[in-house]
Design a protein around this ligand. Structure first.
Ligand SMILES: Cc1ncc(C[n+]2csc(CCOP(=O)(O)OP(=O)(O)O)c2C)c(N)n1
Ligand code: SF4
Length: 252
């Protein structure tokens, strides 16, 4: 007889409700990793999440933590204010590439440069997801979007921005890494890196930044499996996974 055995459960901080994300979207997996890290680090009761715009806008519906909603691109600035007013709270932002790397570029660069003690979860799916797939600062050269129907042209539009590398070069950034969740080994590495991006805030070292290469099957016009394959074959060659900045423990 078939016996049902539970082999997998969600951390309690996650609300048990259907998510609004499309099938195969990585936002849901990344939400879960955030929930696991907050639980494991004992941060659930002291966390303030700063939401942004885009498909992740309802993150506060899925995590049982206090949250503030910020306008387009302003999450790093809002998080700065929240953390300075409430230094004992753990503060993180959750932002897409349209939000963080377009209108919010200046906010994240200056927050990192100032060494604000916040953690930034950056979801790079190479398009504006929610608004119908317009070109983002991270859209790949040649990638077709609704605002570059012939494909992104480097001469006309510039090269896709590499945020993890760019922010690693700033003095106030304590940790910067790029990860993916397209396979189990990548998921495990992503979790470790996310923990580090949280820990540098707890240790008061500065800003922790983590970039997730993320699938948007809907706007890529792909199946979930094709979207995963695009990440491992195409995206990681231009956006290499890895750690770009870590605290220097010899200087403690
Ligand atoms: C102040 C403000 N300006 C513009 C918008 C419109 N808007 C909503 S989502 C979005 C794009 C979000 O794209 P991205 O950050 O890449 O997130 P994704 O949907 O891909 O997760 C824009 C421009 C808005 N909601 N608020
Ligand atoms: S449009 Fe893209 S980013 Fe938004 S929920 Fe769907 S798959 Fe995810």
């Amino acid at each position: 007889m078939y016996k049902e055995e539970q082999v997998f459960s969600a951390p309690e901080v996650m609300v048990d409700t259907p998510m609004h994300f499309c099938p195969g979207c990585h936002h849901g997996i990344i939400h879960r990793l955030v929930g696991e890290c907050l639980t494991e680090l004992g941060l659930v009761d002291s966390t303030i999440c700063v939401g942004s715009v885009g498909c992740s806008v309802f993150i506060y519906n899925y995590l049982r933590v206090d949250a503030v909603e910020s306008p387009h691109g302003r999450a790093a600035a809002v998080a700065t204010g929240v953390k300075r007013a409430r230094p004992d709270n753990f503060v993180f932002t959750y932002q897409g590439d349209g939000d963080l790397a377009a209108i919010g570029l200046s906010e994240i660069v200056y927050a990192a440069n100032r060494g604000e003690k916040v953690s930034v979860v950056f979801v790079n799916n190479t398009v504006y997801g929610m608004t119908g797939g317009q070109m983002a600062p991270t859209t790949m050269v040649g990638q077709k979007t609704t605002t570059c129907a012939g494909g992104r042209c480097q001469e006309r539009d510039g090269a896709p921005l590499k945020m993890a590398e760019m922010l690693a070069s700033l003095e106030g950034t304590a940790f910067s890494a790029r990860v993916a969740v397209d396979s189990i080994p990548h998921l495990k590495k992503a979790k470790k890196a996310l923990r580090k991006a949280c820990e540098v805030q707890i240790q008061g070292r500065g800003l922790g930044f983590i970039e997730f290469l993320s699938a948007c099957p809907t706007n890529w016009h792909m199946t979930p499996l094709q979207a995963n394959a695009r990440i491992s074959k195409e995206l990681t060659s231009y956006f290499p996974l890895g750690t770009y900045k870590e605290p220097d423990h010899t200087q403690e």
